[in-house]
Design a protein around this ligand. Structure first.
Ligand code: NAP
Length: 256
């Protein structure tokens, strides 16, 4: 079969974490539609009770003519992350893009509402996850001499007036600074690290949080993020790195 040059990600391999539903699923499907081979990962079954599995996302991609592999991975578990990366290499032989999308949103809860277990789970998914996944993927990207890491940030991570609260805002602020520092660290290896702030979305995760009802009508479907994620996936350190970008400004202040 001949490669389709009109597809922007033809020949690329991307890992998208937290791709059982919501934004991760939308990004995975967009990457596959652009010709990428996509590794869709999530936990085997979600403790949240929310619908969707990585297997279903991979099936949807294949039904649409794309290439995908579903893998079980809790991003806070080092062994599972290492296994996800080695299975990706065994199957596809390279890793061009990592999207650190898996995350837990705790919104509208005060410090006194949040018990230590919830705190630790959020920090583990939102911060330890990107750390472990980047740590496992980077040796391959360094060997390839290029790559792109996209971390999901949030307007809650740099503006406390948004009302994200002590836990979610703190983890996303940490993700922002993690990304800026990592971008500097890996620049010499031609690896881009950027933060995509998607704005309010109508995902399954958001719908389950009463707090999001206050701006539900202004929220957009996760598919709206697809083209900005593809743009970031195509970058390396020589083109675009170390940036915090807003999905709503894609094509206006960046990505033009
Ligand atoms: P969502 O619908 O709740 O989906 C979250 C995804 O993360 C699910 O696939 C879930 O998989 C996965 N996940 C959670 N903890 C995990 C762990 N420890 N290991 C592996 N996977 C894990 O959320 P979303 O709205 O799509 O959000 C996706 C990302 O965008 C998050 O980082 C979020 O902070 C960010 N974001 C969202 C919004 C918004 O308005 N929704 C705005 C700004 C930023 P399981 O099936 O395993 O539970």
């Amino acid at each position: 079969m001949q490669a389709d040059d009109s597809k922007k990600m033809e020949g690329m391999v991307a890992i998208v974490t937290g791709a059982s539903r919501g934004l991760g699923r939308a990004i995975a499907k967009e990457f596959a539609a652009e010709g990428a081979k996509v590794v869709v990962s999530a936990r085997r079954s979600s403790p949240t009770g929310l619908p969707g599995t990585a297997v279903e996302t991979a099936e949807q991609i294949r039904e649409a003519g794309g290439e995908a592999m579903a893998l079980t991975c809790d991003v806070s578990d080092e062994e599972q992350v290492v296994a996800m990366v080695s299975q990706t290499i065994n199957m596809y032989g390279q890793i061009d893009v990592l999207v650190n999308n898996a995350g837990v949103m705790v919104l509208g809860e005060t410090l006194l509402d949040i018990d230590p277990e919830k705190w630790d789970q959020s920090v583990a998914a939102n911060l330890r996850g990107p750390y472990l996944c980047s740590r496992s993927v980077l040796p391959w990207m360094i060997g390839q001499g290029r790559g792109s890491i996209i971390n999901l940030g949030s307007r809650m991570g740099n503006d406390h007036a948004q009302g994200g609260g002590v836990l979610y805002s703190a983890t996303k602020a940490a993700v922002h600074m993690f990304s800026f520092c990592l971008a500097d660290e890996v620049r010499e290896h031609n690896i881009a690290v950027n933060i995509l702030s998607p704005g309010g979305l109508k995902t399954e995760g958001s719908a389950a949080i009463p707090w999001t009802q206050r701006d539900w009508e202004q929220r957009v479907e996760p598919e709206a993020v697809g083209s900005s994620a593809v743009y970031l996936a195509l970058q390396d350190a020589s083109t675009f790195t170390g940036q915090l970008v807003l999905r709503a400004e894609f094509g206006e202040t960046w990505g033009t």
